[in-house]
Design a protein around this ligand. Sequence first.
Ligand code: PMP
Length: 369
Amino acid sequence: MSDVRIDDLPVRDELRGKSPYGAPQLDVPVRLNTNENPYPLPEPLVERIAERVREAARNLNRYPDRDAVELRTQLAKYLTDTSGYEVGLANVWAANGSNEVIQQLLQTFGGPGRTAIGFEPSYSMHALISRGTGTGWISGPRGEDFTIDLAAAEKAIAENRPDVVFVTTPNNPTGNAVPPETVLALYEAAQAAKPSMVVVDEAYIEFSHGDSLLPLLEGRPNLVVSRTMSKAFGAAGLRLGYLAAHPAVVDAVQLVRLPYHLSAVTQATALAALEHTDTLLKYVEQLKSERDRLVSELRAAGYEVVESDANFVQFGRFEDAHTAWQKILDRGVLVRDNGIPGWLRVSAGTPEENDAFLDAVRALKKEQT
Ligand code: PMP
């Protein structure tokens, strides 16, 4: 049995020799490697989830609301309240994590014979989900300072005429936001070239110094903004992502979603979390100031840091980032090596976790000089 490997099976050609997404899940005292929110949900919210789930449990003999109407209505309210741009039920779609939202978008607008582009380094799952859906992946350029070089990006769009364009803002793993003018210019370039769908991945927008790009949806039916409850809502374990777009986009993704994809337990839990939005957003404020502290302390310790609008910071430069990653790990702190030569990424944790991280990187600096 054990001598049969993936490549011995009749798997699709594009999956041969590939590895799955795999941030290490190591058991170390301080885990700052997957951009999670370090704060457990507050006890009153835990109680409310238990109550809502108990109610849902009484009906688990039935399929859940296939269209998640109550949840989408509350998500639309959250978006409207926090951005000032009005979206309603018809503009919002939800799925199991924004990864599933992205998968549904690629199943709808990508697929065999079609292509998607992202400006790398960026969120690696855009490329992996493209491959999983049979969509060709084009690695678009980013400047030396990790900003999007508009002229180079426009050229890549014009030359490749992709069907889907990903813009991650704030970007993961570099942390910097993309200016709205750049997103608008990329949208125009994508429409002129094809026209194609532009997906703005705002997984980290609540941590940004700037505003959401939701208002750009006005009059742009080929634009999608994707969001998640994994970061700002501190609910990575819940698996709830969502998008806002023209109602036609919401209708289109329903052509590919599995029936009843969002369990009644998930819908109940997400609704409970949304009732506690104000409390959860207070943790976001704490994390933003801890993020800013990480940026200034890393700089004070002699590291280079990319300006961050997210709940994590990319820092360097290291001659050998992987060795530096291991040395930080040896001091009990897990950060992320994304394979970007010279750089590592750290998620903002609790003040105590961040202190442990800062002690580790200060010690590392001393060792190197
Ligand atoms: N987009 C970006 C940019 C991310 O970094 C992540 C998670 N790391 C996701 C989407 C997916 O998040 P989830 O599936 O948990 O909603």
